[in-house]
Design a protein. Structure first.
Length: 75
């Protein structure tokens, strides 16, 4: 990997970790509030025990946008 590829990989990694940087209060605030309007997000969880996964979706009641949809693996 040359220097430019290494720099791009590092920048990409840093951007993906950005939501998890800062104080615990900042991280929780970014996770639970809409990035567009700042309203509290509403979370919904659907668990599929046959596949051992839970799907978490977050939607903003003010904007109406779906902010995230994450699959969590159960162990």
């Amino acid at each position: 990997m040359d220097d430019r590829e290494q720099q791009v990989a590092t920048e990409t990694m840093n951007e993906s970790l950005l939501p998890y940087m800062g104080s615990a209060k900042d991280v929780v605030s970014r996770y639970t509030h809409c990035v567009v309007c700042g309203a509290n997000l509403h979370f919904m969880h659907q668990t599929d025990f046959s596949r051992n996964v839970t799907q978490e979706t977050a939607k903003c009641p003010e904007c109406g946008i779906r902010v995230r949809s994450v699959m969590h693996r159960l162990q």
